[in-house]
Ligand binder design. Sequence first.
Ligand SMILES: Cc1cc2nc3c(=O)[nH]c(=O)nc-3n(C[C@H](O)[C@H](O)[C@H](O)COP(=O)(O)OP(=O)(O)OC[C@H]3O[C@@H](n4cnc5c(N)ncnc54)[C@H](O)[C@@H]3O)c2cc1C
Length: 349
Amino acid sequence: MLVALRSRRHIAPFALHRPDTLAEALALRSAPGPSAFLAGGLDLIDWLKQGNAVDRLIRLDGLPDLATVSDRPDGLRIGAMVRHAGITDSALIRGAVPDLAELWNGIANPRVRFSGTIGGNVMAGRPEYDALPALMALGAEAEVALAPSGGAEVTPIHTIVAGEGGPSTHPSKSAPTQPVMAGDRAREGAEGPPSTALSEPAPQAADANASPVLTDAGRQRIPLDHLAALTQPLVTAFVIPVRAPATLRLFADRSLRPVITVWCGLTLADQLVATLRLAVGMAYPSAVCATMPLDLPLASLGANAADIAAGITRLLPEPVSDGQASAAYRRRMTGVLTRRILVRIGSSA
Ligand SMILES: Cc1cc2nc3c(=O)[nH]c(=O)nc-3n(C[C@H](O)[C@H](O)[C@H](O)COP(=O)(O)OP(=O)(O)OC[C@H]3O[C@@H](n4cnc5c(N)ncnc54)[C@H](O)[C@@H]3O)c2cc1C
């Protein structure tokens, strides 16, 4: 007996668009029929190969300022089309948040780092991806452009701040585990270019100091945990609030993938840790972040690691139980990895 499992299929035809303006991109996305934004295409093409179909793919590489990094008064702006490799290579990121540039050199493999974008990583909505917890730990916000019906009124989903009544919010809406699509109906017989037209890479990121002037569509800044509540958002950038004289540090422990990843972000002022953010990946349908104000010298984090780790992990909601690990194990390891990171920070200060 011969049994064959055919999991890869030909990609159904679709129309490929390359808009020049945000307004055009949003109009294409909100037109009738399933569509998707195309960044590096790693997840999206895979999704199409699984037999899913769209009427339109909307390339984002023709849009202004999506592939640049810029230094602005409100922080460091990283365009959504910046490749993983662009994060490691950016002189601005290396200067403002060197830990992020360093950690991003360990993400995936060179092929993925040169084609995958930070926006695609976040918007793929996969709990095992690293960009969302890393950006959450840095206190970043998303800059989005929305079609008029895009749902600007959103409620927080995953952010928990100590000292504001504890864990006031819980993951109530999980991010999709599939690429975000306007619809997922199977499609037959659409006209459009062959899928091979998708392999052309978008331009590499370039640092730019000029603030973008945008007149073609409104943009707004939202907390990262609001993203999942929006309808068809076009993410244009992420803004990390790093402002001198305060500095940002980022630490991660990814050693227990695929059970859990732990990301710690510190805001420092005069060698005092003002804020600790703990973002946890792979333990929830989407990354979760807890924030705790501190007023401690960096060097004392190690001595206080057990108390701080216990305090901040208490703020987190209950992790999921699945085939990889139980909720109890994940909860315990969140505390262990957080404590280890704090000890490491304290001993290297
Ligand atoms: C072998 C391998 C190893 C990997 N290892 C890691 C790892 O260690 N850590 C990790 O984090 N990731 C890892 N990845 C995942 C990889 O980083 C992602 O696949 C990649 O970042 C997705 O980006 P993309 O630009 O290709 O997204 P695309 O496939 O183009 O898009 C993904 C989804 O996001 C939507 N989208 C894209 N951009 C936007 C935007 N600006 N606004 C709104 N929606 C948008 C698309 O419509 C689609 O639904 C790995 C992948 C592979 C293949």
